[in-house]
Write a protein of this length. Structure first.
Length: 523
Protein backbone atom coordinates (compact mmCIF):
# COMPACT_ATOMS: atom_id res chain seq x y z
CA UNK A 1 0.00 0.00 0.00
CA UNK A 2 1.31 3.47 -0.89
CA UNK A 3 1.60 5.47 2.29
CA UNK A 4 2.68 9.02 3.10
CA UNK A 5 3.51 10.64 6.40
CA UNK A 6 0.98 13.37 7.07
CA UNK A 7 3.58 16.14 6.93
CA UNK A 8 5.55 14.74 3.97
CA UNK A 9 5.72 16.35 0.58
CA UNK A 10 4.30 14.18 -2.22
CA UNK A 11 7.78 13.47 -3.51
CA UNK A 12 8.70 11.89 -0.19
CA UNK A 13 5.89 9.33 -0.20
CA UNK A 14 7.15 5.79 0.27
CA UNK A 15 5.78 2.34 -0.40
CA UNK A 16 5.29 0.86 3.05
CA UNK A 17 3.37 -1.89 4.70
CA UNK A 18 -0.31 -1.38 5.49
CA UNK A 19 -0.73 1.29 8.19
CA UNK A 20 -0.59 0.29 11.82
CA UNK A 21 -3.77 0.46 13.83
CA UNK A 22 -2.77 3.67 15.61
CA UNK A 23 -4.68 6.91 15.09
CA UNK A 24 -2.83 9.82 16.67
CA UNK A 25 -3.74 13.37 17.67
CA UNK A 26 -1.78 16.21 19.28
CA UNK A 27 -3.18 19.11 21.31
CA UNK A 28 -1.81 22.23 19.58
CA UNK A 29 -4.21 24.73 21.17
CA UNK A 30 -1.52 26.86 22.80
CA UNK A 31 0.73 27.14 19.77
CA UNK A 32 -2.29 27.79 17.53
CA UNK A 33 -3.62 30.53 19.81
CA UNK A 34 -6.94 28.73 20.15
CA UNK A 35 -7.67 28.84 23.88
CA UNK A 36 -11.28 29.88 24.55
CA UNK A 37 -12.18 29.56 28.22
CA UNK A 38 -15.39 28.01 29.48
CA UNK A 39 -17.01 28.50 32.87
CA UNK A 40 -16.43 25.73 35.41
CA UNK A 41 -19.13 23.06 35.41
CA UNK A 42 -20.61 24.44 32.20
CA UNK A 43 -22.35 21.83 30.05
CA UNK A 44 -23.02 21.54 26.35
CA UNK A 45 -20.51 23.61 24.47
CA UNK A 46 -21.24 23.94 20.75
CA UNK A 47 -18.83 24.26 17.79
CA UNK A 48 -19.33 25.55 14.24
CA UNK A 49 -16.56 25.27 11.66
CA UNK A 50 -16.77 27.40 8.50
CA UNK A 51 -14.77 29.95 6.51
CA UNK A 52 -16.52 33.02 7.88
CA UNK A 53 -14.17 35.64 6.34
CA UNK A 54 -13.52 34.00 2.98
CA UNK A 55 -9.74 33.61 3.22
CA UNK A 56 -9.88 29.93 2.22
CA UNK A 57 -9.29 28.48 5.68
CA UNK A 58 -11.91 27.21 8.15
CA UNK A 59 -12.58 29.30 11.25
CA UNK A 60 -14.00 28.08 14.58
CA UNK A 61 -17.00 29.49 16.44
CA UNK A 62 -17.69 28.24 19.97
CA UNK A 63 -20.60 28.86 22.31
CA UNK A 64 -20.00 30.28 25.76
CA UNK A 65 -22.30 28.21 27.91
CA UNK A 66 -23.71 29.47 31.19
CA UNK A 67 -21.19 32.14 32.07
CA UNK A 68 -18.71 32.90 29.29
CA UNK A 69 -19.23 34.66 25.95
CA UNK A 70 -19.51 33.14 22.50
CA UNK A 71 -16.29 33.55 20.53
CA UNK A 72 -15.14 33.27 16.93
CA UNK A 73 -11.53 32.40 16.11
CA UNK A 74 -10.27 33.27 12.63
CA UNK A 75 -7.85 30.90 10.93
CA UNK A 76 -4.82 32.88 9.75
CA UNK A 77 -3.69 30.19 7.30
CA UNK A 78 -0.35 29.75 9.09
CA UNK A 79 -1.44 27.24 11.75
CA UNK A 80 -2.60 30.00 14.08
CA UNK A 81 -5.97 31.49 15.04
CA UNK A 82 -6.97 34.96 16.25
CA UNK A 83 -10.18 36.28 17.72
CA UNK A 84 -11.54 39.79 17.21
CA UNK A 85 -13.13 41.40 20.30
CA UNK A 86 -15.32 43.66 18.17
CA UNK A 87 -16.76 40.72 16.21
CA UNK A 88 -17.14 38.63 19.37
CA UNK A 89 -19.26 41.45 20.81
CA UNK A 90 -21.55 41.13 17.78
CA UNK A 91 -22.00 37.41 18.55
CA UNK A 92 -23.02 37.88 22.16
CA UNK A 93 -25.62 35.66 23.79
CA UNK A 94 -26.50 34.31 27.22
CA UNK A 95 -26.20 30.65 28.22
CA UNK A 96 -25.66 29.50 24.63
CA UNK A 97 -25.01 25.81 24.14
CA UNK A 98 -25.46 24.60 20.54
CA UNK A 99 -24.81 25.97 17.07
CA UNK A 100 -24.87 25.20 13.35
CA UNK A 101 -23.37 27.25 10.53
CA UNK A 102 -24.95 27.66 7.09
CA UNK A 103 -25.64 30.29 4.43
CA UNK A 104 -29.38 30.63 5.06
CA UNK A 105 -29.84 33.65 2.76
CA UNK A 106 -27.65 32.45 -0.15
CA UNK A 107 -25.42 35.52 -0.21
CA UNK A 108 -22.22 33.47 -0.25
CA UNK A 109 -21.30 33.97 3.41
CA UNK A 110 -21.86 31.39 6.18
CA UNK A 111 -24.20 32.52 8.92
CA UNK A 112 -24.73 31.15 12.44
CA UNK A 113 -27.73 29.87 14.33
CA UNK A 114 -27.09 29.62 18.06
CA UNK A 115 -29.38 27.85 20.52
CA UNK A 116 -29.36 28.85 24.18
CA UNK A 117 -30.78 27.77 27.54
CA UNK A 118 -33.36 29.86 29.43
CA UNK A 119 -32.51 32.70 27.08
CA UNK A 120 -33.08 33.94 23.57
CA UNK A 121 -31.72 32.11 20.53
CA UNK A 122 -29.82 33.95 17.80
CA UNK A 123 -29.60 34.00 14.03
CA UNK A 124 -26.38 35.87 13.25
CA UNK A 125 -26.16 37.06 9.64
CA UNK A 126 -22.66 37.29 8.18
CA UNK A 127 -22.18 40.73 6.64
CA UNK A 128 -19.79 40.03 3.79
CA UNK A 129 -17.11 38.58 6.05
CA UNK A 130 -16.73 41.89 7.89
CA UNK A 131 -18.95 41.19 10.89
CA UNK A 132 -22.33 39.89 12.02
CA UNK A 133 -25.80 41.25 12.68
CA UNK A 134 -28.36 39.63 14.97
CA UNK A 135 -31.39 39.28 12.68
CA UNK A 136 -33.31 36.69 14.71
CA UNK A 137 -37.00 36.69 13.76
CA UNK A 138 -39.58 35.81 16.37
CA UNK A 139 -40.24 32.54 14.52
CA UNK A 140 -36.73 31.30 15.34
CA UNK A 141 -36.78 32.34 18.99
CA UNK A 142 -37.33 29.99 21.89
CA UNK A 143 -37.79 31.49 25.32
CA UNK A 144 -41.09 30.21 26.70
CA UNK A 145 -41.82 31.80 30.12
CA UNK A 146 -44.39 29.18 31.04
CA UNK A 147 -41.93 26.32 31.56
CA UNK A 148 -39.09 25.26 33.78
CA UNK A 149 -37.12 24.13 30.75
CA UNK A 150 -36.75 26.28 27.64
CA UNK A 151 -33.54 24.75 26.44
CA UNK A 152 -32.65 24.66 22.76
CA UNK A 153 -30.29 21.68 22.62
CA UNK A 154 -30.30 20.44 19.01
CA UNK A 155 -30.08 22.36 15.72
CA UNK A 156 -29.43 21.43 12.08
CA UNK A 157 -29.88 22.94 8.62
CA UNK A 158 -31.09 21.29 5.40
CA UNK A 159 -33.20 22.14 2.34
CA UNK A 160 -36.29 20.12 3.19
CA UNK A 161 -38.53 21.62 0.51
CA UNK A 162 -36.08 21.90 -2.39
CA UNK A 163 -36.72 25.60 -2.85
CA UNK A 164 -33.02 26.43 -2.65
CA UNK A 165 -33.16 27.91 0.86
CA UNK A 166 -31.97 26.09 3.95
CA UNK A 167 -34.54 25.15 6.57
CA UNK A 168 -33.87 24.77 10.29
CA UNK A 169 -34.74 22.12 12.86
CA UNK A 170 -34.91 23.48 16.42
CA UNK A 171 -34.81 20.69 18.99
CA UNK A 172 -35.97 21.46 22.51
CA UNK A 173 -34.93 19.66 25.68
CA UNK A 174 -38.34 20.06 27.21
CA UNK A 175 -38.03 18.50 30.65
CA UNK A 176 -41.81 18.69 30.74
CA UNK A 177 -44.15 15.68 30.84
CA UNK A 178 -46.90 17.44 28.91
CA UNK A 179 -47.05 19.19 25.57
CA UNK A 180 -46.87 22.90 26.27
CA UNK A 181 -47.69 25.17 23.31
CA UNK A 182 -44.52 26.82 22.10
CA UNK A 183 -42.22 24.46 24.01
CA UNK A 184 -41.97 21.81 21.29
CA UNK A 185 -39.46 20.92 18.58
CA UNK A 186 -39.98 22.94 15.42
CA UNK A 187 -39.32 22.37 11.71
CA UNK A 188 -38.85 25.90 10.40
CA UNK A 189 -39.21 26.16 6.62
CA UNK A 190 -37.29 29.03 5.02
CA UNK A 191 -39.61 30.78 2.58
CA UNK A 192 -36.73 32.72 1.06
CA UNK A 193 -38.26 36.13 1.73
CA UNK A 194 -37.34 36.54 5.39
CA UNK A 195 -40.35 34.60 6.65
CA UNK A 196 -40.50 31.12 8.15
CA UNK A 197 -43.23 28.48 8.41
CA UNK A 198 -43.37 25.82 11.13
CA UNK A 199 -44.11 22.53 9.36
CA UNK A 200 -44.20 20.76 12.74
CA UNK A 201 -47.59 22.36 13.45
CA UNK A 202 -49.13 19.53 11.42
CA UNK A 203 -47.36 16.77 13.39
CA UNK A 204 -48.23 14.86 16.56
CA UNK A 205 -47.15 17.10 19.47
CA UNK A 206 -46.38 14.05 21.60
CA UNK A 207 -43.54 13.25 19.20
CA UNK A 208 -42.20 16.81 19.48
CA UNK A 209 -42.12 17.11 23.26
CA UNK A 210 -39.26 14.68 23.82
CA UNK A 211 -35.93 15.91 25.29
CA UNK A 212 -33.87 16.42 22.13
CA UNK A 213 -30.07 16.54 22.41
CA UNK A 214 -28.95 16.07 18.79
CA UNK A 215 -30.40 16.20 15.29
CA UNK A 216 -29.24 15.87 11.71
CA UNK A 217 -30.80 15.98 8.25
CA UNK A 218 -29.85 13.36 5.68
CA UNK A 219 -31.42 11.70 2.65
CA UNK A 220 -31.50 8.30 4.29
CA UNK A 221 -33.76 6.57 1.76
CA UNK A 222 -32.19 8.03 -1.38
CA UNK A 223 -35.34 9.70 -2.72
CA UNK A 224 -33.67 13.10 -3.09
CA UNK A 225 -35.32 14.68 -0.04
CA UNK A 226 -33.50 15.04 3.31
CA UNK A 227 -35.09 13.25 6.25
CA UNK A 228 -34.72 14.26 9.92
CA UNK A 229 -33.30 12.07 12.68
CA UNK A 230 -33.68 13.38 16.23
CA UNK A 231 -31.71 11.91 19.14
CA UNK A 232 -33.65 12.12 22.42
CA UNK A 233 -32.57 11.77 26.04
CA UNK A 234 -34.33 10.10 29.01
CA UNK A 235 -35.24 6.95 27.06
CA UNK A 236 -38.01 8.87 25.31
CA UNK A 237 -37.19 7.16 22.00
CA UNK A 238 -35.45 8.66 18.97
CA UNK A 239 -37.55 10.16 16.18
CA UNK A 240 -37.13 9.63 12.43
CA UNK A 241 -39.21 11.94 10.26
CA UNK A 242 -39.38 10.81 6.64
CA UNK A 243 -39.66 13.71 4.21
CA UNK A 244 -42.75 12.95 2.09
CA UNK A 245 -42.76 16.17 0.06
CA UNK A 246 -45.71 18.50 -0.59
CA UNK A 247 -49.38 17.63 -0.63
CA UNK A 248 -50.76 17.79 2.91
CA UNK A 249 -51.52 21.49 3.20
CA UNK A 250 -47.94 22.12 4.27
CA UNK A 251 -44.77 20.13 3.82
CA UNK A 252 -45.37 16.51 4.76
CA UNK A 253 -43.41 14.34 7.19
CA UNK A 254 -44.26 10.87 8.44
CA UNK A 255 -43.03 9.24 11.63
CA UNK A 256 -41.25 6.03 10.58
CA UNK A 257 -39.23 5.61 13.77
CA UNK A 258 -40.72 2.26 14.73
CA UNK A 259 -41.01 0.89 11.21
CA UNK A 260 -37.35 1.66 10.46
CA UNK A 261 -36.08 0.34 13.83
CA UNK A 262 -34.59 3.73 14.68
CA UNK A 263 -36.80 4.48 17.71
CA UNK A 264 -34.21 3.23 20.19
CA UNK A 265 -34.96 4.26 23.76
CA UNK A 266 -31.72 5.49 25.25
CA UNK A 267 -30.15 8.50 26.90
CA UNK A 268 -29.36 9.85 23.46
CA UNK A 269 -26.64 12.51 23.20
CA UNK A 270 -24.91 12.73 19.78
CA UNK A 271 -25.27 11.50 16.19
CA UNK A 272 -23.01 10.66 13.23
CA UNK A 273 -23.95 9.24 9.82
CA UNK A 274 -21.65 7.42 7.41
CA UNK A 275 -21.30 4.31 5.28
CA UNK A 276 -18.81 2.40 7.41
CA UNK A 277 -19.02 -0.88 5.48
CA UNK A 278 -19.26 0.75 2.01
CA UNK A 279 -22.42 -1.16 1.08
CA UNK A 280 -24.22 1.92 -0.27
CA UNK A 281 -26.50 2.24 2.76
CA UNK A 282 -26.17 4.87 5.47
CA UNK A 283 -25.18 3.71 8.95
CA UNK A 284 -25.79 5.77 12.11
CA UNK A 285 -23.79 5.99 15.32
CA UNK A 286 -25.38 7.67 18.31
CA UNK A 287 -24.27 7.94 21.91
CA UNK A 288 -25.91 7.32 25.28
CA UNK A 289 -25.12 6.59 28.93
CA UNK A 290 -22.99 3.48 29.46
CA UNK A 291 -23.95 2.23 26.00
CA UNK A 292 -23.53 3.47 22.46
CA UNK A 293 -25.51 2.41 19.40
CA UNK A 294 -24.37 1.53 15.88
CA UNK A 295 -27.36 1.21 13.55
CA UNK A 296 -26.37 -0.45 10.29
CA UNK A 297 -28.40 0.22 7.19
CA UNK A 298 -30.35 -2.83 5.97
CA UNK A 299 -32.45 -1.43 3.11
CA UNK A 300 -33.68 1.84 1.62
CA UNK A 301 -37.10 0.66 0.44
CA UNK A 302 -38.42 0.13 2.99
CA UNK A 303 -35.97 2.16 5.06
CA UNK A 304 -34.67 -0.19 7.74
CA UNK A 305 -31.76 -0.37 10.17
CA UNK A 306 -30.42 -3.10 12.45
CA UNK A 307 -28.43 -2.47 15.63
CA UNK A 308 -24.97 -4.01 15.83
CA UNK A 309 -24.84 -4.62 19.57
CA UNK A 310 -21.55 -6.54 19.34
CA UNK A 311 -19.58 -3.67 17.80
CA UNK A 312 -16.69 -2.21 19.83
CA UNK A 313 -18.35 1.15 19.17
CA UNK A 314 -20.80 0.14 21.92
CA UNK A 315 -18.45 1.46 24.60
CA UNK A 316 -19.28 1.51 28.31
CA UNK A 317 -19.04 5.22 29.00
CA UNK A 318 -21.04 8.44 29.02
CA UNK A 319 -21.09 9.23 25.32
CA UNK A 320 -21.66 12.69 23.85
CA UNK A 321 -20.43 13.81 20.43
CA UNK A 322 -19.92 11.08 17.81
CA UNK A 323 -18.01 11.30 14.53
CA UNK A 324 -17.52 8.95 11.57
CA UNK A 325 -14.58 10.00 9.40
CA UNK A 326 -11.54 8.52 7.65
CA UNK A 327 -8.75 9.70 9.95
CA UNK A 328 -5.98 7.60 8.34
CA UNK A 329 -7.08 7.96 4.70
CA UNK A 330 -7.27 4.22 4.09
CA UNK A 331 -10.68 4.51 2.42
CA UNK A 332 -12.79 3.42 5.40
CA UNK A 333 -14.52 5.65 7.97
CA UNK A 334 -13.18 5.40 11.51
CA UNK A 335 -15.09 6.49 14.62
CA UNK A 336 -14.62 8.93 17.49
CA UNK A 337 -16.65 9.08 20.71
CA UNK A 338 -16.58 12.02 23.13
CA UNK A 339 -16.87 10.82 26.72
CA UNK A 340 -18.07 13.16 29.44
CA UNK A 341 -19.18 13.30 33.06
CA UNK A 342 -22.32 12.35 34.91
CA UNK A 343 -22.38 12.08 38.70
CA UNK A 344 -24.66 9.04 38.61
CA UNK A 345 -22.45 7.01 36.27
CA UNK A 346 -18.87 6.82 37.56
CA UNK A 347 -17.19 5.51 34.39
CA UNK A 348 -13.93 6.90 33.04
CA UNK A 349 -13.79 10.19 31.15
CA UNK A 350 -11.48 9.10 28.35
CA UNK A 351 -12.51 9.81 24.75
CA UNK A 352 -12.50 6.76 22.51
CA UNK A 353 -11.04 6.22 19.03
CA UNK A 354 -11.90 3.27 16.81
CA UNK A 355 -10.14 2.23 13.59
CA UNK A 356 -12.19 0.72 10.79
CA UNK A 357 -10.59 -2.63 9.98
CA UNK A 358 -11.45 -2.31 6.31
CA UNK A 359 -14.64 -4.35 6.37
CA UNK A 360 -16.93 -2.18 8.48
CA UNK A 361 -15.78 -3.74 11.75
CA UNK A 362 -13.81 -1.71 14.29
CA UNK A 363 -10.87 -2.02 16.65
CA UNK A 364 -10.52 0.29 19.65
CA UNK A 365 -7.22 2.16 19.36
CA UNK A 366 -7.60 4.71 22.13
CA UNK A 367 -4.40 3.96 24.03
CA UNK A 368 -1.55 6.13 22.78
CA UNK A 369 -3.86 8.13 20.50
CA UNK A 370 -3.24 11.44 22.25
CA UNK A 371 -6.92 11.53 23.17
CA UNK A 372 -6.50 8.99 25.97
CA UNK A 373 -6.29 11.54 28.80
CA UNK A 374 -8.82 11.58 31.62
CA UNK A 375 -10.48 14.78 30.34
CA UNK A 376 -14.28 15.00 29.97
CA UNK A 377 -15.57 15.96 26.52
CA UNK A 378 -19.01 16.81 25.13
CA UNK A 379 -19.02 18.62 21.77
CA UNK A 380 -16.79 17.57 18.88
CA UNK A 381 -16.36 18.80 15.31
CA UNK A 382 -14.25 17.88 12.29
CA UNK A 383 -11.85 20.36 10.75
CA UNK A 384 -8.95 20.23 8.32
CA UNK A 385 -7.54 23.51 9.59
CA UNK A 386 -4.34 23.47 7.50
CA UNK A 387 -5.95 21.93 4.41
CA UNK A 388 -3.38 19.12 4.24
CA UNK A 389 -5.97 16.41 3.60
CA UNK A 390 -5.82 14.85 7.08
CA UNK A 391 -8.84 15.46 9.31
CA UNK A 392 -8.33 17.16 12.68
CA UNK A 393 -10.64 17.66 15.68
CA UNK A 394 -12.04 20.55 17.71
CA UNK A 395 -13.26 19.37 21.12
CA UNK A 396 -15.15 20.95 24.00
CA UNK A 397 -13.89 19.85 27.40
CA UNK A 398 -16.10 20.11 30.48
CA UNK A 399 -14.69 22.07 33.45
CA UNK A 400 -11.27 22.58 31.84
CA UNK A 401 -9.10 25.52 30.86
CA UNK A 402 -9.07 26.10 27.98
CA UNK A 403 -12.59 24.84 27.56
CA UNK A 404 -12.09 24.10 23.85
CA UNK A 405 -9.00 22.57 22.25
CA UNK A 406 -7.67 21.93 18.77
CA UNK A 407 -6.16 18.52 18.06
CA UNK A 408 -3.98 18.04 15.00
CA UNK A 409 -4.18 14.63 13.37
CA UNK A 410 -0.61 13.33 13.58
CA UNK A 411 -1.29 9.78 12.41
CA UNK A 412 2.12 8.84 10.99
CA UNK A 413 1.12 6.54 8.18
CA UNK A 414 -1.77 7.65 6.02
CA UNK A 415 -3.04 6.86 2.56
CA UNK A 416 -3.74 9.18 -0.31
CA UNK A 417 -6.80 11.42 -0.21
CA UNK A 418 -9.13 13.60 -2.23
CA UNK A 419 -11.58 16.24 -1.08
CA UNK A 420 -14.26 18.57 -2.36
CA UNK A 421 -15.65 21.96 -1.49
CA UNK A 422 -19.01 22.78 -3.02
CA UNK A 423 -20.89 25.81 -4.27
CA UNK A 424 -24.55 25.73 -5.25
CA UNK A 425 -26.40 28.85 -6.31
CA UNK A 426 -28.41 27.42 -9.17
CA UNK A 427 -32.21 27.73 -9.11
CA UNK A 428 -33.49 25.44 -6.37
CA UNK A 429 -30.00 24.77 -4.99
CA UNK A 430 -28.82 26.37 -1.75
CA UNK A 431 -25.53 28.26 -2.04
CA UNK A 432 -23.77 25.92 0.43
CA UNK A 433 -24.92 22.89 -1.63
CA UNK A 434 -25.96 21.17 1.62
CA UNK A 435 -27.51 17.82 0.68
CA UNK A 436 -25.06 17.13 -2.15
CA UNK A 437 -23.97 13.49 -2.43
CA UNK A 438 -20.58 12.56 -3.88
CA UNK A 439 -19.79 8.96 -4.77
CA UNK A 440 -16.31 7.72 -5.58
CA UNK A 441 -15.65 4.59 -7.59
CA UNK A 442 -12.25 3.23 -6.67
CA UNK A 443 -9.93 1.53 -9.19
CA UNK A 444 -10.81 -1.86 -7.66
CA UNK A 445 -14.52 -1.20 -8.21
CA UNK A 446 -15.36 -0.43 -4.57
CA UNK A 447 -17.44 2.66 -3.85
CA UNK A 448 -17.38 5.35 -1.19
CA UNK A 449 -19.84 8.16 -0.63
CA UNK A 450 -20.24 11.31 1.44
CA UNK A 451 -23.16 13.69 1.91
CA UNK A 452 -22.79 17.34 2.89
CA UNK A 453 -24.71 18.08 6.10
CA UNK A 454 -24.99 21.12 8.37
CA UNK A 455 -25.42 19.91 11.93
CA UNK A 456 -24.23 16.63 13.48
CA UNK A 457 -22.27 15.29 16.46
CA UNK A 458 -23.43 17.09 19.62
CA UNK A 459 -24.55 20.68 19.15
CA UNK A 460 -22.03 21.24 16.37
CA UNK A 461 -21.43 21.47 12.63
CA UNK A 462 -18.34 20.17 10.83
CA UNK A 463 -15.96 21.73 8.34
CA UNK A 464 -17.97 22.23 5.13
CA UNK A 465 -16.12 19.78 2.92
CA UNK A 466 -16.41 16.20 1.70
CA UNK A 467 -13.23 14.24 2.37
CA UNK A 468 -12.26 10.75 1.18
CA UNK A 469 -9.27 8.56 1.95
CA UNK A 470 -8.03 6.63 -1.07
CA UNK A 471 -5.53 4.23 0.47
CA UNK A 472 -2.98 3.36 -2.21
CA UNK A 473 -5.08 4.70 -5.09
CA UNK A 474 -3.93 7.91 -6.77
CA UNK A 475 -7.26 8.78 -8.37
CA UNK A 476 -10.94 7.87 -8.30
CA UNK A 477 -13.96 8.27 -10.55
CA UNK A 478 -16.31 10.95 -9.17
CA UNK A 479 -20.09 11.26 -9.44
CA UNK A 480 -21.91 14.25 -7.94
CA UNK A 481 -25.63 14.38 -7.20
CA UNK A 482 -26.63 17.95 -6.42
CA UNK A 483 -29.67 18.76 -4.23
CA UNK A 484 -31.84 19.48 -7.28
CA UNK A 485 -31.22 15.97 -8.64
CA UNK A 486 -28.65 17.06 -11.21
CA UNK A 487 -26.11 14.23 -11.61
CA UNK A 488 -22.60 14.86 -12.92
CA UNK A 489 -20.11 12.19 -13.82
CA UNK A 490 -16.73 13.88 -13.61
CA UNK A 491 -14.61 10.87 -14.47
CA UNK A 492 -11.23 10.21 -12.92
CA UNK A 493 -9.91 12.94 -10.62
CA UNK A 494 -6.45 13.10 -9.00
CA UNK A 495 -5.61 12.66 -5.34
CA UNK A 496 -3.91 15.15 -3.06
CA UNK A 497 -6.15 18.19 -3.49
CA UNK A 498 -9.45 19.76 -2.53
CA UNK A 499 -11.37 20.32 -5.75
CA UNK A 500 -13.86 23.19 -5.73
CA UNK A 501 -17.04 22.18 -7.56
CA UNK A 502 -19.65 24.71 -8.64
CA UNK A 503 -23.14 23.73 -9.73
CA UNK A 504 -23.20 23.83 -13.54
CA UNK A 505 -26.21 26.14 -13.64
CA UNK A 506 -25.01 28.53 -10.94
CA UNK A 507 -25.22 32.19 -11.89
CA UNK A 508 -27.19 31.45 -15.04
CA UNK A 509 -24.24 29.71 -16.70
CA UNK A 510 -24.59 27.60 -19.81
CA UNK A 511 -24.67 24.32 -17.96
CA UNK A 512 -20.97 23.62 -17.56
CA UNK A 513 -19.05 23.27 -14.34
CA UNK A 514 -15.84 25.27 -14.14
CA UNK A 515 -13.04 24.64 -11.70
CA UNK A 516 -9.62 23.05 -11.70
CA UNK A 517 -9.28 21.35 -15.12
CA UNK A 518 -12.78 19.88 -15.32
CA UNK A 519 -15.74 20.76 -17.51
CA UNK A 520 -18.73 18.45 -17.58
CA UNK A 521 -22.38 18.90 -18.31
CA UNK A 522 -25.28 18.07 -16.02
CA UNK A 523 -27.35 15.10 -17.17
Amino acid sequence: MSICTVRALPALCLVLAAPASALNFLDISDSAGFTPDHTDQTPAGGISVADFNGNGYPDIFVTGGLGTPNRLYFNQGDNTFQDDPAINAQLAGERCSVTAAADYDNDGWPDLYVGCRWSENHLFRNIGGEGFADVTPEALQHNVPCCSSTRTDAVAWGDLTGNGFLDLYIGIFTGEPDTVPGNLDRIMLNNGDGTWTNAADALDPDALVKPALAVTMSDLDGDGRPDIYVINDKKAGNQLWRNEGPGCGSWCFSDISEASATDTRAYGMGIAIGDVDRDGLWDMYFSSIEEQHLLRGVSRDPLLFSEDTASPLNYDGIGWGTILADFDNDGFEDAYLAVGPEAFAPTDLIDQVFRNDGDGSFTRVTEGSGLDADIPTQAAALIDFDRNGVLDLVLHHWNQSPGYRLYRNTTFETGHWIGFTLEGGAPGVNRDAVGTLITLKMPDGAAQRRELRAGQSRGSSHDRLLHFGLGEATSASVTVRWPDGCVQRLGSMPQGAYHHLVHPRAGGSSGRIHGDRFETECE
